[in-house]
Design a binder for this molecule. Structure first.
Ligand SMILES: Nc1nc2c(ncn2[C@@H]2O[C@H](COP(=O)(O)OP(=O)(O)OP(=O)(O)O)[C@@H](O)[C@H]2O)c(=O)[nH]1
Length: 207
């Protein structure tokens, strides 16, 4: 917590925050050394920074290797599972961006947070492509990661995206099952994310 809260000059990177932001898996070790409240506060803080990483608590580094190795965090064909898992765990996705407002304006300036958009409805794939391409083009430096599974108007009806800074890739994913709810999910992790603007842009892509 101490390292995550360390206030840096604007141009200096907070390494702890960055490592959390880029992570696909996070292990909270030495959990026996803190009480439940401390652990919860820290867990919430981490979820606020990175709402897509899976987290595990550990003692003496006792973690199943499958949790950390060979997870293919940047593989497009595995994005879907990642976004799905995250959503099942219902991480902090609706009350982001306000946490720092009350104090520490300097922290707010460089805050790294996650924004998740979960929505029913069909999206226009061309519009989404234009939007995300523009986003990574304009905000690439501040946008650490993005992952998404969306319901679209063509081919299989399902499309996946992943991005790191200004690198963006997307491709059709397996078709929706008949009884499956067609829910689009997008997760963005970055510095100074404009949540309202992201939601508005997303809405603009709905058919
Ligand atoms: N109580 C407790 N001690 C731990 C735990 N995990 C590691 N330690 C102890 O912490 C000390 C440092 O171990 P680590 O922090 O794992 O070692 P490290 O990662 O090389 O340490 P750094 O170089 O500081 O990153 C050792 O004495 C470990 O036995 C834990 O879950 N609980």
């Amino acid at each position: 917590m101490q390292h995550l809260n360390e206030v840096k000059a604007r141009w200096v990177v907070n390494e702890a925050v960055e490592q959390v932001a880029y992570a696909d898996r996070i292990i909270l070790n030495k959990t026996d050394l803190v009480d439940d409240t401390e652990l919860e506060v820290l867990t919430n803080k981490i979820k606020l920074i990175n709402g897509m990483a899976q987290m595990k608590k550990a003692m003496f580094g006792d973690v199943d290797m499958d949790f950390v190795l060979g997870i293919g965090g940047y593989d497009l064909d595995r994005i879907e599972a990642a976004v799905q898992l995250n959503e099942n765990k219902e991480t902090a996705h609706c009350h982001l961006g306000h946490e720092h407002g009350h104090h520490h304006d300097h922290v707010h300036d460089a805050a790294v947070t996650s924004v998740s958009i979960v929505s029913e409805g069909l999206l226009d794939l061309d519009e989404v492509n234009d939007w995300l391409e523009r986003l990574v083009d304009e905000k690439g430096e501040d946008l650490y990661r993005l992952k998404g599974v969306i319901s679209v108007n063509e081919s299989t009806g399902r499309f996946v995206f992943q991005g790191v800074h200004s690198m963006l890739e997307g491709c059709p994913a397996k078709p929706w099952e008949d009884d499956e709810k067609r829910i689009s999910k997008l997760v963005f992790i970055g510095r100074n994310l404009d949540e309202a603007a992201l939601r508005k842009a997303f809405k603009g892509c709905l058919l």
